[in-house]
Design a protein around this ligand. Structure first.
Ligand SMILES: [Zn+2]
Length: 313
């Protein structure tokens, strides 16, 4: 059963103590009952802090071990508020905004939390898109047009896949790719789209091997000079436009190639749940996924940032 607060009042009433947050994580992490990692016993209870103790062998494990909250020194109530805030805003969030709203002591903490939580926005082993899907690539960063098929140093190339539901768009997937070669595009498509689906692209040679991979392939090419690329693959161009607007509005002060991946994940998370009426359910999903992804230390996150910025910020 999906159990989550519906309103901010419910949220505040429920998650005002560390113990309440630990209980919630416990329920989400072991929905079918606790399982002792040492002896396999099926009963355990909360002892102190985040620790759970096995009812048989007394082995203790932390409810946050191996999750996004691994070894955090901040109270879980603060993490919960951060997740509620992130999911209750319809647009993106900035580290500075988060630092102010949560009263976090340092900008670095806010920045680290945001990046950790962005990593949790992609569910490990998520379903692939299916049905009829438009695919195209777009450049992010920089104002000059990139040449297709050529590797760019200054801009990032992003592959975008969008389910066509008639005139409406369904779910999306996106990823940064190295170039527009067949091998890069095919890797993205195999990762994102179920075999047997119909993939709709333009006439770029990078897509010519899709039938051999096991997809149906529909190609639309420009018929006349009056037509623009937007009319060719309207769904994917609509989404790519929203992505660029969102990136420009969300990211003040720079974006690195590595971090772009996580912004794409955040955009996808928000977009695919844009019609969800309950923000509480987004919060629930984020907490659930934060328990499933591995922790990443701050040092690993900032490793390549300095010499790898995109050109337009
Ligand atoms: Zn045990």
């Amino acid at each position: 059963m999906e159990d989550y607060p519906r309103t901010i009042a419910e949220f505040e009433a429920r998650f005002s103590s560390q113990a309440a947050c630990v209980d919630y994580l416990f329920e989400l992490r072991w929905p079918n009952g606790y399982l002792c990692p040492r002896c396999g016993n099926e009963r355990g209870w909360r002892v102190r802090g985040t620790l759970i103790e096995c009812a048989r062998c007394s082995y203790q494990t932390s409810v946050t071990a191996g999750t996004v909250f691994h070894r955090t020194r901040k109270p879980l109530t603060m993490w919960f508020r951060a997740m509620w805030w992130i999911t209750s805003l319809k647009t993106g969030v900035s580290a500075l905004g988060m630092q102010k709203v949560l009263g976090l002591g340092s900008y670095r903490t806010a920045w680290t939390w945001l990046h950790k939580l962005r990593r949790a926005m992609v569910r490990p082993g998520r379903e692939r898109l299916s049905g009829r899907i438009e695919v195209d690539e777009t450049y992010v960063g920089g104002t000059e047009e990139g040449l297709r098929g050529r590797k760019t140093e200054k801009k990032a190339l992003v592959a975008v896949a969008v389910e066509e539901n008639g005139r409406a768009t369904g779910r999306i997937r996106m990823a940064r790719i190295r170039d527009a070669s067949a091998s890069s595009l095919e890797a993205f498509i195999e990762e994102s789209i179920e075999l047997g689906s119909l993939v709709h692209t333009d006439g770029w040679q990078g897509y010519s091997g899709l039938k051999q991979l096991g997809y149906k392939h529909e190609v639309t090419v420009l018929a006349g000079r009056d037509e623009s690329a937007c009319e060719l693959l309207p769904h994917v161009h609509h989404v790519a436009g929203l992505l660029k607007t969102w990136l420009a509005g969300t990211l003040h002060g720079g974006i690195s190639r590595e971090h772009l991946d996580y912004y794409l994940d955040e955009f996808t998370f928000r977009y695919n749940r844009r019609t969800s009426r309950s923000r509480g359910k987004l919060f629930y999903r984020l907490v659930q996924q934060a328990l499933e992804v591995d922790p990443v230390p701050y040092q690993a996150m900032v490793k390549h940032v300095r010499n790898n910025r995109l050109s337009d910020h």
